[in-house]
Design a protein around this ligand. Structure first.
Ligand code: MG
Length: 186
């Protein structure tokens, strides 16, 4: 192996050859996001990119997917890249009735460009009815696919509002999310 360089002999692996440059000098950043949408009859209820049969759905410029909107804000926040309103303004006809899965894919590209990998996402959806438990595995898979993650890196939980606030009165859907990013310093 006489063609090995001194650096290779010493076990120094160049950055471009390293299997994961994120492991060189990793650092972590956390972000938080939330969203709320009013529920109205005749709107499709879509959460985490999954259509859920129900007589009401969120009012919004896009498809009103509060779960995805909260996750986008958590991811953007962790990277200090602004918020969802900045990247997908609700004044733009481009995003009218748009699938929020597109937002998530776009946010993932922004994170890639900024040199971040997503470690995990955790979220809670507040909805009085219907029960979300049967839809959770599909939501988890859909979100993970849009972010290029394994389903185990994405957690979604559900809560009712105990009849109390706008969620509890059945007039709103709410979502809260937190995300952890791993970045690298060259
Ligand atoms: Mg929203």
């Amino acid at each position: 192996m006489k063609d090995k360089t001194d650096k290779q002999k010493a076990g120094v692996v160049s950055r471009s050859l390293h299997p994961s440059h994120f492991s060189l000098h990793p650092f972590y950043r956390v972000g938080i996001g939330n969203d709320v949408h009013r529920l109205a009859p005749g709107r499709k209820l879509i959460l985490g990119g999954v259509r859920i049969p129900f007589e009401k759905g969120p009012v919004g410029h896009s498809d009103g997917d509060a779960l995805i909107h909260a996750i986008c804000d958590a991811l953007l926040g962790a990277a200090a890249l602004g918020d969802i309103g900045h990247h997908f303004p609700d004044t733009s006809p481009k995003w009218r009735n748009a699938s929020s899965v597109l937002f998530l894919r776009h946010v993932r590209r922004l994170l890639d460009q900024a040199g971040y990998a997503v470690v995990n996402v955790d979220a809670t959806v507040g909805l009085e009815r219907p029960k979300l438990a049967p839809h959770m595995p599909r939501m988890q898979k859909r979100l993970a696919a849009a972010l290029g993650l394994r389903p185990a890196q994405v957690s979604v939980k559900a809560k009712t509002g105990e009849g109390l606030d706008a969620v509890g009165q059945g007039v709103a859907v709410r979502a809260d999310a937190i995300a952890l990013l791993e970045g690298s310093r060259p």
